[in-house]
Ligand binder design. Structure first.
Ligand SMILES: CC(C)(COP(=O)(O)OP(=O)(O)OC[C@H]1O[C@@H](n2cnc3c(N)ncnc32)[C@H](O)[C@@H]1OP(=O)(O)O)[C@@H](O)C(=O)NCCC(=O)NCCS
Length: 169
């Protein structure tokens, strides 16, 4: 779902915006093809996932340097996906600011559950209250292993959902 009202947060030279029109799709696609969770993702899938998520772009001036998106009903759950800061800008607190901003978004308060998948950033997310599943026996997942990231599928197979579930896993 596209954001209805774009919001913006500023800190020094940097800003975070939920305005999808500002997103640099080429930059996003370029990074995501190098990410361990989406090596073969197509530009079309990136575009669809943006269109149907609440997206947060991080900018230095007009240049996009970070991103994250949230799949959510804005009522009971949110799934955090595709979180990254471009390599040359890491280690300056921007990732922390991005996650803080997302978790503080006014339309994402009081949700019953936030989830995410990560290979190695558990310690980072632990700082924001994330932890292991309290009762893993209640969770299930369905994966299509034939799609190593993003093989072509008919549109009705909802590739944007497939991308969300694959993020960071
Ligand atoms: C994870 C990421 C977004 C953090 O961005 P950043 O701007 O470097 O983050 P910050 O500068 O705010 O630092 C956050 C802290 O988390 C730590 N951290 C960063 N990545 C980490 C990881 N993979 N595992 C554990 N800790 C990590 C940093 O060392 C730092 O610790 P410090 O505060 O003690 O110095 C960035 O490293 C990134 O884009 N990584 C590649 C993509 C990725 O793995 N995304 C997460 C997918 S779930």
């Amino acid at each position: 779902m596209a954001e209805r009202e774009a919001r913006e947060w500023r800190r020094g030279d940097h800003r975070i915006s939920t305005d999808v029109d500002m997103l640099d799709v080429g930059f996003l696609h370029g990074f995501l093809t190098t990410a361990y969770w989406s090596p073969a993702i197509s530009r079309r899938t990136v575009e669809r996932s943006i269109q149907h998520s609440l997206c947060f772009g991080l900018y230095e001036g007009d240049q996009q340097i970070g991103f994250a998106r949230v799949v959510t009903d804005r009522t009971s759950f949110a799934y955090l996906a595709d979180v990254f800061i471009s390599e040359s800008h890491r280690g300056r607190g921007l990732g922390t600011w991005l996650i803080e901003t997302i978790l503080g978004h006014p339309e994402l308060q009081g949700l019953g559950r936030w989830t995410l998948a990560t290979r190695d950033a558990h310690e980072l997310y632990r700082r924001f209250g994330f932890g292991p599943l309290a009762d893993p026996s209640r969770f299930m997942e369905k994966r299509d292993r034939s799609e190593a990231g993003d093989s072509p599928l008919p549109d009705h197979r909802m590739p944007e959902v497939r991308g969300a579930l694959g993020a960071g896993a």
